[in-house]
Design a protein around this ligand. Sequence first.
Ligand code: DAH
Length: 345
Amino acid sequence: MEQDLVAIESDCSDALSRVEELDALNDLRVQYLGRQGRLTAIMRGLGKLAKEDRKAFGQAANKVRDRLNQAFAQAEDRLKQAALEAELAERIDLTLPGSDAVVRGRVHPLRRVESEILGIFNRLGYRIASGPQVEDDWHNFEALNMPPDHPARDMQDTFYTVDGRLLRTHTSPVQIRTMLANKPPLRIVVPGAVYRCDADVSHSPMFHQVEGLVVDQGITMADLKGTLAYFAREMFGADTKIRLRSSFFPFTEPSAEVDVSCIFCGGKGCRVCGDCGWIEILGCGMVDPAVFEAVGLGPDQTQGFAFGMGIERIAMLRHRIPDIRLLFDSRVEFLEQFAQRDREV
Ligand code: DAH
């Protein structure tokens, strides 16, 4: 029986040194120390021994049991530690980007298009000017040759403030402010938010324009046309053509609307241009003498041209954006598409 005891201890120690799973460890425990286990069976057999042998053998068996219990505890510690290390090694991959990694922001497509427009005019020597978004009637309308009952005011559904001022309906009032504060020659572009009570897929109550103004002596319509043709080529590609269609604005005379050859079909006709091959992008004209008069410039010595365009419209054309509201929703899925598509600014 003593040999059995020695064999049990050495078998069990052997098995414990090789065990690699907690489940297998528990099986071993049952196998040796459980109710039907090998050691338990031997201890049960104690009763059959002669009285004088019983004590010595019982003590020996108890010692074996204690040592095995200790060996099981050690094996369990070892396996738990190994399991923890395995789990940590799996979870902590230091080469992975952190879950709270900083997401790099990028310039909004509208701002990119604005920067491109300003960049083109900047290369032609234009300065950037700005003015207030809450305007007064005189700068927004009257000085621009739109007296109070002028029908052209109906074209721009105006938001009025309670104190009788208004949210500027266009960037043109900055023409007036610039001419009042600076002497010609002037060459400015004015980016900024404007407001009209209007909303659908192509209109937003707040949108953005870039205004242009050149004032000098001897400025002609040819300068205007050459400038805008250059702008169109830079903005939409070297093959882009422009055409001027006669139009009306109170602050310019003569006035024109400018179309570019369709940037999608090259002028052949497609859905975007309504099969006509041309797309309207801005309004322009020679500064009306009444405007020069309002700011105290003698129309005889001074000429100028002006133009105004909607940035959203240009951005929508450039990127084939079907709904203006996408530009203001701040949806990341939409904005992320511009990561590769836009030229760097
Ligand atoms: N202010 C006009 C608008 O918002 C756009 C415009 C047209 C501006 C002709 C100009 C211009 O400077 O000459 O509809």
